[in-house]
Design a protein around this ligand. Structure first.
Ligand code: MG
Length: 157
């Protein structure tokens, strides 16, 4: 058995007129995340962690933001593609731990639903979604954007 660890990080800007989707769950909020895809920063950090663990590049390479195929793409569908990547498919996810960094909206009411979506997508029970503010400091603290980081452990033969 071999183990591979990976980490990922992502940021998207908060703007009006966009949905606020994190870990595949839409959160009611006056602003949403700007990006070529659905801009789900938490799922993006998770995908980069998985790709990093498998030494398989990053989501910018896999899903270029110039490619119209990924316009408003559902990041949970992109996650399926990441898991099917030839360098990732030989591994299973042992656990995943995500931290969402946002002053607002409040993540806690949606945490269980987020974990459930990711547990199903990853075929893994040990999925953790956490959230923190930055005490009103920096771009996340001013509500200009949301950041997310993720760590994942993969196991394979
Ligand atoms: Mg992103």
């Amino acid at each position: 058995m071999s183990f591979r660890i990976g980490q990922g990080f992502d940021v998207h800007r908060l703007v009006e007129g966009r949905p606020c989707i994190l870990c595949g769950v839409e959160i009611p909020y006056p602003k949403g995340l700007l990006g070529h895809s659905d801009a789900d920063a938490a799922s993006h950090a998770l995908m980069d962690a998985i790709l990093g663990a498998a030494c398989a590049g990053d989501i910018g390479q896999l899903f270029p933001d110039k490619d119209p195929a990924y316009k408003d793409a559902d990041s949970m569908e992109l996650l399926k593609k990441v898991l099917a990547h030839p360098s990732v498919a030989p591994y299973r996810v042992v656990n995943a731990d995500i931290t969402i960094i946002a002053q607002a909206p409040k993540i806690a009411p949606y945490r269980e639903e987020m974990q459930e979506r990711l547990r199903a997508a990853l075929h893994c029970d040990a999925v953790s979604v956490k959230a923190t503010t930055t005490e009103k400091l920096g771009f996340t603290g001013r509500g200009e954007g949301i950041a997310a980081s993720a760590v994942v452990l993969l196991a394979g033969q």
